[in-house]
Design a protein around this ligand. Structure first.
Ligand code: DGL
Length: 266
């Protein structure tokens, strides 16, 4: 499926799985006139434990095909693990395309924290990226930043959002390292540095040993995309357009139902 010649070009939203839907729902509010294409590289999921060179190559190769096939106005890489690794390579390989990235919200967290203790909850890939270390060096040297790499949380979020039961113990094991007490101060901000995690924010809030601000960058990413996508007077959303593509070619029934819930054909 592609946009008809007289229609505005669509916005392409990309993630390894369903996490990018947390960004898509904000992007749609701000760009109601645009069609949306959601790409889930579920054949490569989870991205968090991939070897870096192989994953970068996979993502760039995938976009070579996606850009030809869908000719989008802009691509939102709604995945920290993908963008912190391959963002620069994508921009270099496809200079004519606008890529809106997702990176750990370390700068806003450092600006807002009162205790000076900030945690970054992310995939193991994002935690070990040079990009993430550079963000801390550039914006948060005055803070104590705890990087928490979760092996399992993206998978748990996928299961949870599809309707499976996820135990509190399993979630707690993944998030408990985020809570730091030091010299009478406590962590007051946890950056959700994987787009899958906001789906579980209610569980995180309930299990947290004390209240913290769970920072979800989805709205900021959507605002950035809006600022780069031209506004066209009188344009209306193309009828019945939005759809999701899974690189496995075979999303299961709960996944297709989820996509329909987000107004995407799958
Ligand atoms: N949603 C992705 C992110 O923002 C990663 C999930 C995964 O594939 O491990 O980092």
């Amino acid at each position: 499926m592609t946009a008809a010649a007289n229609e505005l070009k669509p916005v392409l939203v990309f993630d390894s799985g369903i996490g990018g839907l947390t960004v898509l729902r904000e992007a749609r509010v701000l760009m109601p006139e645009r069609g949306f294409i959601y790409i889930a590289d579920d054949a490569g999921f989870p991205y968090g434990s991939w070897e870096e060179a192989a994953l970068k190559e996979r993502i760039v190769d995938l976009f070579a095909k996606l850009l030809v096939q869908y000719d989008p106005e802009v691509c939102i890489i709604a995945c920290n693990t993908a963008f912190t690794l391959a963002g620069a390579a994508l921009r270099a390989a496809f200079p004519q395309m606008t890529f809106v990235g997702t990176v750990p919200a370390i700068k806003p967290a450092a600006e807002r924290t009162r205790s000076g203790l900030v945690s970054v909850l992310a995939t193991p890939g994002t935690v070990k990226r040079a990009y993430t270390r550079d963000l801390i060096q550039s914006f948060a040297t005055q803070c104590h930043v705890r990087l928490v790499g979760s092996q399992d949380l993206a998978r748990l979020a996928e299961a949870y959002i599809r309707g499976d039961v996820v135990s509190d113990e399993a979630v707690m094991t993944e998030i408990e390292q985020c809570f730091v007490e030091m010299d009478g101060r406590k962590t007051d901000i946890v950056v959700l540095a994987c787009t899958h995690y906001p789906f579980m924010a209610n569980i995180f809030r309930r299990l947290a040993p004390w209240p913290v601000d769970w920072l979800d960058p989805a709205e900021a990413i959507a605002r950035r995309a809006r600022s780069l996508v031209p506004q066209v007077a009188d344009a209306v959303h193309p009828d019945n357009f939005d759809f999701a593509v899974f690189t496995s070619g075979a999303p299961d029934f709960p996944t297709r139902r989820l996509m329909q819930g987000f107004g995407l054909k799958a």
